[in-house]
Ligand binder design. Structure first.
Ligand code: ADP
Length: 478
């Protein structure tokens, strides 16, 4: 089976969050299962020269986007059994940031059309195109409107994967024909429209042959008004083509035994060496802690999705416990300031690192005792899985992928690989943090048992890649 995987970020070339991790690891797993896999991503200026040096120029063409006729260079790179294609256009992709530019609709509309236009130019006809999130949501839409009737493209199927339904690609209706090059009829008849705006994610849900999301629980949740961000109705309407497949990790990249970012490598057999990472992390962050002090790590975007309102509510109570809190993230100014100001009134207890830093992230996963992730919603979440792989117990809210991957501690059987709470309530979270503190200080054997359960869990892509292949087969039969 030939699969083309289309994403707006792909690790290790360019990554801003979980989508990059998935796009960087799922295609390899598909290739290991026997698929012929191509991956396409924009050639952003943020992609390092060391990768550019390994790319070769394939061809160039011009892409029609409404009245525009735009240059599109295609570069190629082979890695781990996967062929990566990069779409080059400096006007669109030589920018200060990957997302958040004034013309994002146009940039990613160009990318989506370029992906479809490049296929005959490179002589690659996939059976299935798997596109991801709103940035590539126009691929199934353009396929239906502009390509499906052309004989070369006949029979290609599309799968759309939702990594986070909060970000839908909503734009004013005026972009329909002027920017996207789509007849206004498709907006007026409702298919491109949601609540008076162009909504690219909705259009992809309607057009794609199959829709997946990144955990079974999230697949159910987004069909309800609480989690669906107003797309629950359309998802319920198309529920027959919606499924949830849990993400895997790149287990070679996130391996405490080989990770070059760590102070000392360790495994289940040498778990005592995790302490060297704890000591190194604390020293690096300018904190001191004894063996019974719970070192809590937080890594992620500082946005309300990640449960920061709960933390804001009880930060003082948390820092009064026998804990150290090490935060790494960027995001909303208010949350960044919350941690920075906490450093002012509890300097011995907290380290606030307002930055994006992959090296420090891995040091926190390895050096912490607990990873705090009380998300309001969490499509899958990778941080909790990375933490478990590094013997750090996650404390999560029971939602989405967190619910599917973290099994809470059972004090009667000793089973579990972390801690959890159900209601989005700050004091419920605080109570579980207190319990974790107590267990850590008083029952190291129970703690270690959970660490081992976490470290020996299967976070590889092998099972999930098979599920993706099933979905692709369903799409082909569709
Ligand atoms: P999301 O995709 O919602 O941002 P995930 O938990 O699925 O959250 O994935 C986040 C990924 O990005 C993880 O690999 C995490 O380590 C990484 N990450 C997030 N914020 C930072 C940061 N400030 N520095 C380094 N890595 C980060």
């Amino acid at each position: 089976m030939k699969v083309l995987y289309v994403a707006s970020e792909v690790a290790p070339f360019v990554k801003t969050g979980g989508l990059g991790d998935v796009a960087g690891s799922l295609p390899q797993a598909l290739a290991e299962q026997g698929c012929e896999v191509g991956v396409v991503c924009p050639l952003y200026s943020q992609i390092a020269q060391e990768w550019r040096d390994k790319m070769s120029f394939v061809t160039c063409l011009y892409v029609q986007l409404a009245w525009r006729n735009q240059y599109c260079g295609i570069f190629r790179l082979e890695k781990d059994g996967v062929t990566y294609y990069f779409i080059d256009n400096e006007y669109y992709f030589k920018r200060r940031q990957v997302y958040g530019e004034y013309d994002d609709a146009e940039r990613f509309a160009f990318f989506s059309r370029a992906v479809l236009d490049m296929l005959p130019a490179i002589g690659y006809k996939p059976d299935v195109i798997n596109c991801n999130d709103w940035q590539t949501a126009l691929v199934p839409v353009y396929y239906g409107i502009h390509y499906s009737y052309r004989s070369w493209y006949d029979g290609i199927k599309t799968v759309f994967t939702i990594h986070n339904i909060q970000y839908q690609g909503q734009f004013g209706s005026q972009i329909t024909d002027y920017v996207l090059g789509i007849d206004r009829y498709h907006y007026d008849n409702g298919f491109l429209q949601q609540d008076g705006d162009v909504n690219l994610m909705k259009a992809a849900i309607v057009c794609a042959n199959r829709v997946t999301t990144v955990s079974p629980t999230y697949a159910q949740e987004i069909q309800t008004p609480y989690y669906g961000f107003k797309l629950d109705t359309v998802l319920r309407w198309y529920q027959g083509k919606v499924s949830g497949i849990i993400n895997g990790l790149d287990i070679k990249q996130f391996d405490p035994e080989t990770d070059t970012h760590l102070f000392k490598n360790y495994s289940v057999k040498t778990l005592k060496d995790k302490k060297k990472n704890r000591d190194g992390l604390l020293e690096m962050c300018g904190l001191k802690a004894d063996d019974d002090t719970l070192v809590i790590g937080m890594v992620g975007r500082l946005v309300s999705q990640k449960g920061l309102d709960l933390i804001q509510c009880v930060l003082g109570d948390i820092l009064r416990l026998n804990v150290r809190l090490i935060v790494l993230g960027t995001g909303d100014y208010g949350y960044e300031q919350m941690f920075l100001s906490a450093k002012g009134w509890a300097p011995d207890k907290i380290s606030a690192n307002i930055m994006f830093n992959g090296d420090l992230a891995n040091k926190i996963y390895a050096g912490s005792d607990l990873l705090l992730m009380p998300s309001l919603f969490e499509p899958c979440g990778l941080a909790q899985m990375i933490a478990m792989r590094y013997g750090t117990l996650p404390l999560v809210r029971e939602t989405g992928g967190l619910k599917d991957t973290v099994h809470p501690y059972n004090e009667f059987t000793g089973e579990g690989n972390g801690f959890s709470f159900a209601a989005y309530n700050a004091h419920d979270m605080l109570h579980v943090i207190e319990n974790a503190c107590h267990l850590f200080a008083n029952d190291k054997a129970a703690w270690k048992k959970m660490q081992i359960a976490g470290m020996t869990g299967d976070y590889s892509w092998s099972a999930s890649a098979k599920n993706y292949i099933d979905v692709y087969e369903q799409a082909i039969k569709y």
